[in-house]
Design a protein around this ligand. Structure first.
Ligand code: ZN
Length: 370
C-alpha cells in the first residue's frame, strides 16, 4: 500500500489567513489529509507566514469549534469553547474546503489536555498509589464521565462529517505532566508514579478479581525501592500483580474504544501517542500512530523509526530544531516509507518559515517515487 501524507493544521491558522496558506501548500506538496486539532490543551505558537502582522498566538485550550449542547446533556463534563474566537465557526468553514482541495479532514481530539475538564469535575483526575489526585496528569480514561464526554464529542463532530478521528494519548496511566516531574529521569519511577488508582480504575480491576489494595502497596514499595537506586541501575523486575492491574484496565479501555467505533463505522480511527508512552493494546478498527515531538531528532532517530514501524503511522516535525535541513527530512521520510510506515503527518508546518514548504515538497515527492 503506498504511503499517505498529511499536515497538522490548527484552526487559528485557518482563521488568520482564511486558508490561503493551506491552498498554497496543497498546490506545492502532494498530501492526502489535513489533521485539525479540534479540542486541545493550552497552545502557544509563533507563525511567521500565516500570522502576517500578528504572528504570536496563544490559547488556553478547549473546544476550537462551536459545540452544540445536546450531545453532552447526559454527562457531567460540559464543553468549553476556546476563547480565541468569538464569531463564526472556522471548523464549519474549513470543512467545505478539503474536498475541493482533494484532501480529507481528520479531527484530532486531545480531551485529556483540556484543563477545564478537571477544574470543573475534579473527580475525573488520576490518583496515585497513595490515593492523592494528580490534576496536571490529565483526566483518567477509565472514568465513565470522561468516556461519555468523548462519546458526546464524536456525536457532536459528526455534523461536520470528518473523514476520521484521531485521539491523543488515550491510554491508562498516561501522565500529561510527566516531563516536568522531578522523577522524569527514571522511566521505571515515572511509570510507577503515574499508575492510576482512581475509583474507576479500582472498579475495573476489581471486576477482574484483582486485589487492588495489594497492588497499590506493591507500587508504593517499588517506588521507595527505586528512589534508593542510583541513576542507570538496571530496570526493576516486573511485578506480576502490577502488570495484571495495568493489563486489566488497558483491556477494558480497548474494549470500550472498539464499542465507540461501532457508532460511525465509516470514519477512520487513529490513536496518537507520544514517543516513549506505553501503547494501548491493539484495538481495531483503531490504528496506532506515534508523535515524535520537537526535540532534535537525529540522536533519537533509530528509536523513533522503530516505534513508527511498529505502529505503522507517525506524526513528525518538519522544521528546526528537530530537523536540521532538507536532506535529513528527505532521508527520514524515505526511511519511514521503506520501513512500511503507511501514514505520515507533519507537525509545526504553519510555525515554520516558508522554506519549509520546499523541504516538504522534496521529502514527499522523493518518498512517493519510492
Ligand atoms: Zn484511573
Amino acid at each position: 500500500m503506498p504511503a499517505e501524507f498529511g499536515i497538522v493544521y490548527p484552526l487559528w491558522d485557518y482563521a488568520a489567513d482564511e486558508g490561503r496558506f493551506l491552498e498554497r501548500l496543497v498546490g506545492e506538496v502532494p498530501i492526502d489529509q489535513v489533521t485539525v486539532p479540534v479540542i486541545s490543551g493550552a497552545w502557544t505558537a509563533f507563525r511567521p507566514v500565516v500570522g502576517g502582522d500578528f504572528p504570536f498566538f496563544h490559547t488556553d485550550g478547549g473546544w476550537h469549534y462551536r459545540p452544540s449542547s445536546r450531545p453532552y446533556g447526559g454527562g457531567a463534563i460540559r464543553p468549553r469553547k476556546a476563547r480565541w474566537f468569538s464569531a463564526g465557526d472556522q471548523l464549519a468553514q474549513l470543512c467545505t474546503r478539503p474536498a475541493s482541495l482533494g484532501v480529507r479532514l481528520i479531527a484530532r481530539i486531545d480531551l485529556r489536555a483540556v484543563r477545564s475538564v478537571i477544574e470543573d469535575q475534579p473527580h475525573v483526575a488520576q490518583r496515585t498509589a497513595w490515593g492523592q489526585e494528580t490534576p496536571d496528569s490529565g483526566a483518567c480514561i477509565c472514568n465513565p464521565d470522561v468516556r461519555e464526554a468523548l462519546r458526546a464529542v464524536c456525536e457532536d463532530l459528526a455534523r461536520y462529517s470528518p473523514a476520521g478521528y484521531e485521539l491523543v494519548n488515550w491510554a491508562p496511566d498516561h501522565d500529561a505532566g510527566a516531563a516536568a516531574r522531578d522523577f522524569a529521569w527514571d522511566p521505571d519511577l515515572a511509570r510507577l508514579m503515574s499508575t492510576c488508582f482512581c475509583a474507576a480504575c479500582r472498579q475495573v480491576a476489581g471486576r477482574a478479581e484483582i486485589d487492588v489494595d495489594q497492588v497499590a502497596r506493591s507500587v508504593r514499595v517499588s517506588i521507595e525501592r527505586r528512589l534508593e537506586s542510583p541513576p542507570g541501575t538496571a530496570a526493576l523486575e516486573a511485578d506480576a500483580a502490577i502488570s495484571a492491574y495495568r493489563a486489566a484496565r488497558a483491556a477494558d479501555c480497548a474494549a470500550w474504544l472498539r464499542r465507540l467505533a461501532e457508532a460511525e463505522p465509516e470514519r477512520r480511527r487513529l490513536l496518537l501517542r507520544d514517543l516513549g508512552s506505553p501503547p494501548l493494546e491493539s484495538c481495531a478498527p483503531w490504528t496506532h500512530r506515534v508523535r515524535l515531538g520537537r526535540a532534535p531528532l537525529a540522536p533519537r532517530w533509530s528509536a523513533a523509526l522503530a516505534a513508527a514501524r511498529e505502529c505503522g503511522g507517525v506524526s513528525m516535525p518538519a522544521w528546526l530544531p528537530a530537523v536540521d535541513g532538507p536532506d535529513d527530512l528527505v532521508r527520514w521520510v524515505h526511511e519511514s516509507v521503506q520501513a512500511g510506515v503507511s501514514l505520515i503527518d507533519f507537525e509545526g508546518v504553519t510555525e515554520a518559515p516558508a522554506t519549509c514548504l520546499t523541504w516538504l515538497r522534496q521529502a514527499v515527492r522523493f518518498a512517493r517515487r519510492g
